[in-house]
Design a protein around this ligand. Sequence first.
Ligand SMILES: [Zn+2]
Length: 153
Amino acid sequence: MSKNKLKVEAIEQGTVIDHIPAGMGVRILKFFQLTDKNERITVGLNLRSGDSSKKDLIKVENTVFTVEQANQLALFASEATINEISDFKVVNKYKVQLPDAIGGVLRCPNSNCITRHETVATRFYVTEKHTGTTLKCHFCEKSFQTRLFSELN
Ligand SMILES: [Zn+2]
């Protein structure tokens, strides 16, 4: 059994998000409010991935993401893989894919947007998937690069 496999299997039940680009792990925790859960979360930063590259890894115990939730991670970690763990074994594994839309997670960067002033669930459409992801706000119809977004709350 490889070292990498041992790492992935080290939790009994839950989800391992693997192949997160180094530096994005903490951001993903914050963006998706993973730390608001009461479940135990283990974060690995700058882990070795292949010969020279580095990656982050997040393990969330007793939590299974829906495919939709997992795909929102693709905004920040397009190469991430989701490993669902049950009884210490990987029972499901898939790569995240950019969603067509993302709702209720991000705050619109436009300070004049209605979502910044009224209680409206935000919604953004992924308008560019290849030359750097851009999100277009459903309400103010402005487009922004993903790095300009912050989390709600
Ligand atoms: Zn907006």
